[in-house]
Design a protein around this ligand. Structure first.
Ligand code: IPE
Ligand code: IPE
Ligand code: MG
Length: 233
């Protein structure tokens, strides 16, 4: 079976899952953390080298303060509790997005976990936090322009691989498969350039109900797709 090298997941539907059960949105996010663990395990079982999870977009700051604070608390809790799981399984943690803008405690925890796992290569787990693909591109352009001013880069030689080396994802291959849960058909500012030739798989299941068998079904679908990259069969 053709296994994707890089699977990226838009984890969506926690709020609707909770609403259907008359629970708070935060209860949905809490339940969603269990799915995160299941999907990390499923990725390891399938020997996928790169797994990227969209956890918090830069636009998500515009949600009610209680929800944002609750999400940050859950993230802290996850980092504290699951670091062991990452170390035991030799998982390298990475992030994309403006993580330095997160609350200081969260940011420090993230950086510590990244440092402790930096030498692992069993699975590279990247969490998109305060991530916006548009902002990522803007930041890259700013850096390129600044370097050009100092003659540190030759603009004539700029191509996609060079531009990609200025993105947060510079150490990751472009995603092969993007999974979105909850039945939405959009990218919501996630990996816009990097997903140029990604296969997209959507499933109506809300994130808290998503499980290993759903994940494996997405991999099966992926294996059946013909990726042409602009060529012909
Ligand atoms: C995804 O679930 C988690 C985050 C965006 C943080 P949502 O919170 O977007 O759930 P819905 O889309 O409102 O159901
Ligand atoms: C995308 O979900 C962001 C994450 C999954 C973290 P959203 O729920 O924020 O996206 P929209 O608003 O439905 O496009
Ligand atoms: Mg949503």
């Amino acid at each position: 079976m053709d296994i994707p090298k890089h699977v990226a997941v838009i984890m969506d539907g926690n709020g609707r899952w909770a609403k259907e059960r008359n629970l708070t949105r935060l209860a949905g996010h809490k339940e969603g953390i269990n799915t995160v663990k299941k999907v990390i395990e499923a990725a390891m079982k399938s020997k996928i080298p790169y797994l990227t999870l969209y956890a918090f977009s830069s636009e998500n700051w515009n949600r009610p303060k209680d929800e944002v604070n609750g999400l940050m608390a859950l993230l802290n809790h996850f980092l504290e509790k699951e670091l062991k799981l990452l170390l035991e399984n030799k998982v390298q943690l990475k992030t994309i997005g403006r993580v330095h803008e997160l609350p200081k405690e969260t940011y420090q925890r993230i950086e510590a976990a990244k440092e402790k796992t930096a030498h692992f290569d069993q699975l590279t787990l990247t969490i998109a936090l305060n991530y916006s693909s548009q902002n990522e591109i803007v930041d890259a352009v700013k850096n390129i322009v600044n370097e050009a001013k100092e003659d540190a880069i030759n603009i004539e030689e700029l191509d996609y691989p060079k531009l990609a080396s200025y993105l947060d994802t510079k150490d990751l291959p472009d995603p092969d498969l993007i999974i979105r849960t909850s039945g939405e058909y959009r990218l919501s500012n996630f990996l816009l350039l990097q997903s140029a030739y990604a296969e997209i798989y959507t499933i109506p299941t809300y994130w808290p109900d998503f499980n290993q068998s759903h994940f494996n079904k997405a991999l099966d679908q992926y294996a059946q797709r013909e990726r042409r990259f602009g060529k012909i069969s």
